[in-house]
Design a protein around this ligand. Structure first.
Ligand code: SF4
Length: 362
């Protein structure tokens, strides 16, 4: 599986979908040696069932454990430390993960009680759980969802469950962004199996789930979180820790270089979307556009396409940093502020983009 690749599946049998994804990417081949110790880190932030949009669906863990055992891996360990104020073991019971680990006879480590070691990185001194550092292959199972302080939480922030409670408190005192980015330079999962089933788009603690019924895998946590931003309608610039992690060399936030591959029923849907997206490029004049900005314009063009308005667009839409200080007819984003008609925003929101383009057509 390539570093810039996303493999996605849509449906409602989450356990079976997980197994299909893992077969598709040949996870067993990626891990290699059957003697490796494999750590599995779900997101069990608080005592809330998975269908509330805060915690990883236990069916995904079940699909992963059955896949790994069937492929000859026996040294497996599920581990998590819930947020300060919740007992991990209680969260596990509410989530239903306790039944899953019992079924597969796999140990669970409550990281709130684990020993820690100090790691120095990017000017921080961090207490990291010893067990998290002891595994040979780490699989992270974040929930793609919103967050009250950082706006978005997914791959990068899921690593915060692998530090001590006192370190978690320290992260919050430091405003989360810088320490989260730094943590990912010393603790990095090998694979991200992301629960995009019904994450709450606003709050990490759930309560207002938005059903998508998608599970996906990827390898780059920065790219994963850039995609999470797009899914939740934010630009990468609005979530500071993503850009910082990219600067620290953890991964790339450039979604324009990402490859998306749907399997199963989503395949046809995705192929159709790709075909439409390709056709829509004819309406865009691009020069060094940020991927979030380009993505917003593309999303808005897809809406116009669905509503049959595209033929009324008066001309190509210019977008990108290459248009700064220049003049022209129609521009998208504050870089095209000198154009006769320009939508401000850096980047504009999808709502603003749809309104702007629709007004151009009437
Ligand atoms: S307006 Fe310009 S700088 Fe801002 S997101 Fe768009 S392309 Fe990037």
């Amino acid at each position: 599986m390539k570093q810039n690749e996303f493999v996605l599946i849509k449906g409602t049998d989450y356990e079976e979908m997980t197994r299909k994804l893992l077969e598709e990417i040949d996870l067993a081949g990626m891990i290699g040696d059957r003697g490796k110790r494999i750590g599995i880190k779900p997101n069990l932030v608080s005592d809330s069932p998975a269908d509330e949009g805060a915690t990883t669906h236990p069916e995904i863990v079940s699909g992963l454990l059955s896949y790994l055992q069937e492929h000859g891996f026996s040294d497996l360990l599920v581990m998590e430390g819930s947020w300060v104020g919740s007992s991990t073991m209680n969260v596990m019971r509410v989530n239903g993960l306790d039944r899953v680990v019992r079924k597969y006879n796999v140990p669970f480590c409550d990281l709130q009680k684990d020993r820690t070691v100090i790691r120095e990185t990017k000017g921080f001194s961090m207490e990291i759980c010893e067990t998290a550092l002891s595994v040979d292959y780490l699989i992270s199972l974040p929930v793609l969802k919103g967050h009250m302080q950082t706006r978005v939480t997914c791959a990068l922030k899921n690593m915060k469950g692998l530090i001590s409670n006192s370190e978690k408190r320290k992260f919050h005192r430091m405003g989360l962004h810088k320490p989260i980015a730094a943590l990912n330079t010393v603790l990095r999962a090998d694979l991200f199996l992301v629960d995009h089933i019904c994450g709450d788009p606003d709050c990490e603690d759930g309560g207002n789930p938005e059903v998508r019924d998608v599970i996906f895998v990827c390898r780059d946590p920065v790219l994963c979180d850039a995609f999470a931003c797009r899914e939740l309608g934010y630009s990468v610039n609005q979530v500071e820790y993503i850009g910082l992690a990219e600067k620290y060399g953890v991964g790339s936030a450039d979604l324009s270089k990402a490859m998306f591959r749907w399997i199963g029923e989503g395949e046809t849907e995705d192929a159709e979307r790709d075909h439409r997206t390709e056709a829509l490029r004819a309406y865009i004049d691009e020069d060094s556009a940020c991927s979030a900005c380009y993505g917003m314009l593309m999303e808005a063009l897809l809406v116009l396409d669905r509503e049959g308005l595209l033929e009324w667009l008066p001309g190509k839409i210019s977008i990108g940093q290459g248009f700064r200080g220049k003049t022209g007819e129609i521009g998208f984003g504050q870089c095209t502020g000198g154009f006769r008609k320009s939508l401000q925003g850096c980047p504009p929101t999808k709502e603003e983009a749809v309104r702007f383009l629709t007004e151009l057509c009437v």
